[in-house]
Design a protein around this ligand. Sequence first.
Ligand code: UDP
Length: 141
Amino acid sequence: MAIERTLSIIKPDAVAKNVIGKIVSRFEAAGLKMVAGKLVHLSRSEAEQFYAVHSARPFFKDLVEFMISGPVFVQVLEGEDAIVKNRDLMGATDPKKAAAGTIRADFADSIDANAVHGSDAPETAKGEIAFFFAGLNVYQR
Ligand code: UDP
């Protein structure tokens, strides 16, 4: 198993519920380490750029509105198989379909307001980490 890095976002709904710490604890308990993190309020153009891959989807406009509705906590997680491990901890996109004990099952309200984002592959992880943390002195192992 490889040590990987992945981008995690605690979305505006979860930040508003004041559960950043509870969600971070899930990652810590699973052995993922936070190696960078910050609270940011995305601009419309930043949210559109981040989710550009979904720009043709019917939910794109609402997704952007939601992502700029309040601050988000953006973090880089590091650990063995971090990308898949993070996705497993998150649960399915639709919290109604998310397995019991996952972050989305426990903290998300709907498929639109679903508490967390996680990179889905090594290439996207690299791009998403650079999107938020390029130029910063991110801790290196
Ligand atoms: N999304 C939505 N409605 C949908 C599908 C997706 O609002 O019908 C949003 C949701 O916030 C999701 C994001 O778009 O997390 C990205 O969708 P993706 O299929 O990549 O899901 P994820 O990787 O976040 O589970």
